[in-house]
Structures are given as structure tokens and as C-alpha cells.
Design a protein around this ligand. Structure first.
Ligand SMILES: *Cc1c(COP(=O)(O)O)cnc(C)c1O
Length: 429
């Protein structure tokens, strides 16, 4: 047990006291918690779809009103002018991912952004054309890497390299990454890894991996889908070349929300080859409608189209909450909250569940992935029982349940309710 868990108790009064003394407790009231029976769901699935901030509804209504009132003039005169709207979320995004404002941009969706970034950062040669990914990558990440390899005329069977899952829970050690780069580094064009792996919940060492990859002459990018708004990212200082993330998981910006992208400042002035569109042009000359593409410097130069205002408004509201709470405070609460859930599972439920996620708080975010020891059928039955009780996690075949107490709106009482519901299922037999 780590020092974090000293003093933990599996009692409702103890949990209530922790929640009352939580400096971030007011933020729960900023969210709409889905109802269940006479109360609220125990919503532990913010890693999949974050909850709706209360302010989102009004923000959307304001945009509809401005469109009705102003028509085309809304581009300049809406309360939040549409023309530079992506800038309204820039500083908030930069803070959340640890970047300089010019290094980030909100645009498109996650898979689209990764494809666009690979156009610039995956430049295979006959000698060096492999992409190194993690084992059990999210299907979209595997698909985009494999299809980029094929698009450049190579064969994923040879050029898509998977790391070894060399640790017991299916996680990957730094040694495995060193080994892969040592053996195949000179053939690897791009290292593309998650900042937090979706299935195991493992947080990867971004700065350390970047150093290694660069030493082997590889470009390196991170998929931060499960990391943005979850762990304390320092993308700029880590020196990685690029990153992208979606905004509907921990960032609470709603289903299909506009995603984010990061391009390190080091690449700002290089005019890297890219797929171009008018919104990526230098703003000063964009509306002169010149024939030649003159890219905006920084991540904004990867934009293609003018942004979807109705999909950005929720992100603006959500990022405001993150700025008020501050990532360091959120992370501090998150470490202790997740340690509490892990402690409950290890001390009360170890005959039912096995934690796959690394136990060191620095190697995970909010999420714990647990394997149901009795296998798939029992696991499905447990999962369905929990849902019937309003205890929401998610299920990944064949036998993994993911549970994520998120520090903005989850409580110690939520963790205790989860443990109580698993115990009730076990007692039912
Ligand atoms: C959630 C997630 C996606 C989803 O991609 P979209 O383009 O937003 O549909 C992709 N990759 C990872 C690792 C994810 O966690």
C-alpha cells in the first residue's frame, strides 16, 4: 500500500467527511448527474463520456440567439465572435495539456487530427518506414497507423510494430520500449503511443519515451484521448513532436465534441508539408484570397475549415471549469480518490476483482481497469447488476470493467457505493 491509502476506511461517515472537506466539492454542482431511481447515478464512466456542465445549455442557446439576431454579422459581433472562436478555447486547452497557446488548436475529431498530423510527421523512407504502437491499441489508432503505412506503399504486416505487454496486467515497461527501439529503432519512422492506455489505464512516461525515440531518430506523437483533463500533461516540456485528443471524455465537452491537437513550437516555423485548407492560412492575409498557401504559425496552421460553433461552445464552458479548478488541484484529488477505490477493491473485493492498472499513482490516471476473476459470463452478470443499481462503469470484452472516479464530479461516497454494489452482487451469488 502506498502512503496515500493510510487512514482509509470503508465507512459511509468517513467517506462523507472526506467529501465535505474536499476543496473541489463545489464543482460537482456544476454538472448534471443522470438520475437513477429516487436519486442519482453513481457515474464512474467519465473516461468514456464526461457529464454535461450546467452552463452548456445556456451557451448553446446564446449562440442560437446570436445567429438569429445577427446572421452573418455574428462572425464579428456575436458575444463570442465566431471568426476567432477557436481562440476562446486555446488558452484553456493549453493549460490542460501543458502547452504554449500557439502549440494547440481545437479542430475536427481525434482520428481526423491524428491522420492530419501523420501527414506531416510520418514521412517514411525505404529504410525507415515502421510505426511503433502499443499492444491492444484502440482500434482507430491501429487503423489509422496501418492505413497510413499502406497509403505510403508499405505493408503493415511488416511495418506496424507492436510493443510487448511484458507486465502482469498487460501493461508495458519502459524496458520493453527501450528493447523495441534498440532492436528496430533505425527502421522506425514514428513512435505513436497513448498518454494513458484506454484498456489498461496505464499512463506512459511521455518525456522519457520522447527522449529515447528522438535518440533513435524517430518522430514521436501521443494520443491523449484518455489523458487530457485526467493526468498532468506537460506536452511542451516533454518535447514530443505532436499529440491529439478528443474532448468528450474527461474534458466533458459532449458527444462528438471538437477535438484538440498539439504541435511542438519547435516545428512552428518549419512549414512542414501538410494537408492544407483556408483556415490554416495566416490570419492576416486569409481573406485576401491569394492563390498561395501561407500557413499560420503554430498548431493553427493545421486547421482546414472554419470551426463548428455549436460543437465548440460546450468545450468553452467546460474548459472554464478546468481553469477554475486547476489541473494540479484536480490531479491531487484524483490520485487520492483513485487510491481509495483501489484500496476498497484490494481490501474488500479481491476475491471478485483483480486490478490490471499499475498500482503506482504516477503510472495511472483516474481509471482503474479490473478483471473479473470468475470470467466473462460472471463479469457480464456483475456489470449488468451494477447498471441496474445505477452504478455506471463500462465493459470491455472479454472480462474487463473500467471504472473512473473523476475528480471534478465524483466523490468518496461514489467509490464506496461501487464497492457496496459489488459486494451485494457477490452475496446474491
Ligand atoms: C476515444 C478514443 C478514440 C476515439 O476516436 P474518435 O475519432 O474521437 O471517434 C480514438 N483513440 C483512442 C485511444 C480513444 O481513447
Amino acid at each position: 500500500m502506498t502512503g496515500l491509502s493510510s487512514g482509509f476506511r470503508a465507512e459511509p461517515e468517513w467517506a462523507r467527511e472526506q467529501d465535505e472537506n474536499d476543496p473541489l466539492r463545489a464543482f460537482r454542482g456544476e454538472f448534471l448527474i443522470p438520475p437513477h431511481a429516487d436519486g442519482e447515478q453513481t457515474y464512474l464512466v467519465g473516461n468514456s463520456l464526461g457529464l454535461q456542465p450546467r452552463g452548456v445549455r445556456q451557451a448553446l442557446l446564446d449562440e442560437l440567439d446570436d445567429w438569429a439576431r445577427l446572421g452573418v454579422e455574428g462572425h464579428l459581433h456575436a458575444r463570442h465572435p465566431w471568426l476567432p472562436y477557436h481562440k476562446e478555447v486555446r488558452d484553456g486547452l493549453a493549460e490542460v495539456v501543458g502547452a504554449e497557446p500557439t502549440e494547440v488548436v481545437a479542430m475536427n475529431s481525434l482520428t481526423v487530427n491524428l491522420h492530419l498530423l501523420l501527414v506531416s510527421f510520418y514521412r517514411p523512407t525505404p529504410q525507415r518506414h515502421a510505426i511503433l504502437i502499443e499492444p491492444n491499441a484502440f482500434p482507430s489508432d491501429r487503423d489509422l497507423a496501418a492505413s497510413q503505412i499502406r497509403f505510403h506503399g508499405h505493408d503493415p504486416a511488416e511495418a506496424l510494430i507492436e510493443l510487448d505487454a511484458d507486465e502482469p496486467g498487460g501493461t508495458v515497461s519502459m524496458a520493453a520500449i527501450e528493447r523495441a527501439l534498440g532492436e528496430r529503432g533505425e527502421h522506425i519512422a514514428l513512435v505513436l503511443l497513448p498518454a494513458v492506455q484506454y484498456l489498461t489505464g496505464q499512463a506512459f512516461e511521455i518525456a522519457g519515451i520522447t527522449r529515447l525515440a528522438h535518440a533513435h531518430g524517430c518522430m514521436v506523437g501521443f494520443d491523449c484521448a484518455h489523458a487530457a483533463g485526467n493526468i498532468d500533461l506537460a506536452l511542451h516540456d516533454s518535447d514530443c513532436d505532436f499529440a491529439a485528443w478528443c474532448s468528450y471524455k474527461y474534458l466533458n465537452a459532449g458527444p462528438g465534441a471538437v477535438a484538440g491537437a498539439f504541435v511542438h513550437a519547435r516545428h512552428a516555423r518549419e512549414k512542414l508539408p501538410r494537408f492544407e485548407g483556408w483556415w490554416g492560412r495566416n490570419e492576416a492575409t486569409r481573406f485576401e484570397m491569394r492563390p498561395a498557401f501561407d500557413p499560420a504559425s503554430g498548431a493553427e496552421g493545421w486547421q482546414l475549415s472554419n470551426p463548428p460553433i455549436f460543437a465548440l461552445a460546450p468545450l468553452r464552458v467546460s474548459l472554464d471549469l478546468f481553469q477554475r479548478a486547476g489541473m494540479p488541484r484536480l490531479r491531487e484529488k484524483s490520485k487520492r480518490l483513485t487510491a481509495y477505490l483501489a484500496w476498497l477493491i484490494e481490501t474488500q473485493l479481491s476475491d471478485v476483482l483483480e486490478i490490471l492498472t499499475p498500482r503506482e499513482p504516477g503510472r495511472r490516471g483516474a481509471q482503474l481497469s479490473v478483471r473479473v476473476r470468475a470470467g466473462r459470463d460472471a463479469g457480464k452478470s456483475l456489470f449488468e447488476y451494477l447498471v441496474s443499481q445505477g452504478v455506471m462503469g463500462d465493459w470491455r470484452e472479454p472480462d474487463v470493467m473500467r471504472i473512473a472516479p473523476t475528480p471534478l464530479y465524483n466523490t468518496y461516497a461514489d467509490c464506496l457505493r461501487y464497492a457496496g454494489a459489488v459486494r451485494a452482487w457477490r452475496t446474491r451469488g
